[in-house]
Design a protein around this ligand. Structure first.
Ligand SMILES: [Zn+2]
Length: 317
């Protein structure tokens, strides 16, 4: 059966090269002494990138490593943990999850021996919507998701200061990207002035809005601009050392909100809103066309209702 053997050999080769290709190639990048990030691509989830479109990070202390977000899959979490071990002998001692979107927490399995902390609302949403959040990623990223389960954070994060080893950290509870109430967590490292902003800030990429309250979000961004962290790690896109990323996110959200309100007031329907022109100043943002389309689907029905009934409402959902 030489032909069959040859065929089997070919498939084995194909499978082998495919399995070997499932490598996120995570390289920890030090952005301040003891503060590292893994920077994701400025893309949508695909079977090519395995969902590695997100920034995760960690802070090394002399009492262990604090991890911020665990990425889109079990494999990512495992490879992230190995990559952390290439720069420190300290073990992970605490994980913070910034919010409930699947690219930020589906690596939790790799940190099952460590407290995984999130805001109470984030814990609740993940426990409630685990299957749906997981399904989305399996559909988008395919084989990269093998063996991934949605593990809900097992530790309740509270806003305030904490000390880990020699470092002081602050946990900030805000909202706007993931919902109306405290559902977006940010972690601030006092020594380096680094803020892990989660998806409150997008940089060089159009913001995602599936659970957004834009008015609440804009207020958080205004506060953030006043505080101006020395180093800002956005949920997606390059690290920033000035307020440009904050202002860019705010400008896009303001435009989105105003444009959809004007469209509803002018009597446009959703199909017409989808055809609206994206201004030149936002065209360089990664995945702008797709995100604008998704945002119209998410936001327009509620805005349309609000405008139709003449109420100011509680802000855009
Ligand atoms: Zn995200």
């Amino acid at each position: 059966m030489p032909r069959l053997n040859a065929l089997l050999g070919f498939y084995a080769l194909l499978y082998g090269s495919f399995a070997a290709a499932l490598d996120y190639q995570l390289q920890p990048r030090e952005i301040a002494a003891g503060v590292y990030i893994f920077e994701g691509r400025q893309e949508h989830f695909t079977r090519h990138n395995g969902g590695n479109i997100v920034n995760t990070g960690f802070v090394i202390t002399d009492a262990g490593v604090v991890v911020i977000d665990t990425g889109p899959s079990r494999l990512y979490g495992e490879q992230m943990r190995k990559a952390i071990a290439t720069v420190t002998d300290q073990p992970p001692v605490q994980v913070f999850i910034t919010h409930h979107h699947p690219d930020h927490f589906l690596g939790n399995q790799a940190f099952a021996d460590v407290p995984i902390c999130a805001l109470p609302l984030t814990q609740k949403i993940i426990a409630r919507d685990a299957d749906a959040l997981l399904d989305n990623m399996y559909r988008a990223a395919g084989a990269w998701m093998e063996g991934t389960e949605a593990v809900a954070p097992n530790c309740r994060a509270e806003a305030g200061k904490l000390t880990v080893g020699e470092r002081r950290l602050s946990v900030l509870a805000v909202a706007g990207h993931s919902g109306d109430e405290a559902s977006d967590l940010m972690v601030y490292d006092h020594r380096s002035g680094t803020l892990f902003a989660g998806d409150i800030v997008f940089h060089g990429r159009a913001a995602t809005t599936p659970h957004a309250n834009i008015q609440v979000w804009l207020q958080v961004l205004r506060d953030l601009e006043r505080q101006q962290p020395q180093i800002l790690v956005p949920g997606h896109g390059p690290t920033a050392t000035d307020s440009r990323a904050i202002r860019e996110t705010a400008a896009y959200l303001e435009w989105l909100d105003t444009t959809l309100r004007e469209a509803a007031a002018a009597g446009l329907d959703m199909a017409e809103a989808l055809e609206l022109e994206i201004p030149e100043r936002f065209k360089s943002l990664a995945v702008i066309d797709e995100e604008f389309e998704r945002s119209v689907f998410h936001l327009f029905p509620a805005i349309d209702q609000e405008v139709l009934h003449g109420g100011a409402g509680n802000g855009t959902r």
